[in-house]
Design a protein around this ligand. Sequence first.
Ligand code: FE2
Ligand code: FE2
Length: 156
Amino acid sequence: MSALAHKEGRSVSSQVLSSFLVAQHREVDDLLTLMAASCGTPAAADLFNHLRRALEHHIALEEKVLFPAFEQRGGPSGPIAVMRREHAVIRELLVPQASLLSDGAPCRARLAQLEAIMSQHNAKEEQVLYPMSDQLFADCAEDLLAAMTESAAIAN
Ligand SMILES: [Fe+2]
Ligand SMILES: [Fe+2]
């Protein structure tokens, strides 16, 4: 009897978790693009706060819900440790500084740093960690998704 038969018809590996998390990455990408266009303008501070809240919220979901569940299920701890270290770097780049935002060049430089680390961080998650999570939580993806949705106030 195949392992599939034990799942009583449920999908062994849906992409419900990766789809949800990748959509958040794309939202942050869009905010980064908007932010880059507003550096040095009066809109910069509000957009930066919006970007910071969205990114801190996403990181909190990963650190407080996904990563602990991943490790509890026996997922490898190495990639999680790398992701946590990169989150710390991202958080440092999100510290708001009024002077930085009101001046176009340093604002764009900060965003370039953020984009550089985000693009390689997100690629690792989307190519490695999220597909592993889809497999690891194949029998309870909806439950984990609900836990992430319910913790929407985590970073706010
Ligand atoms: Fe992350
Ligand atoms: Fe992520």
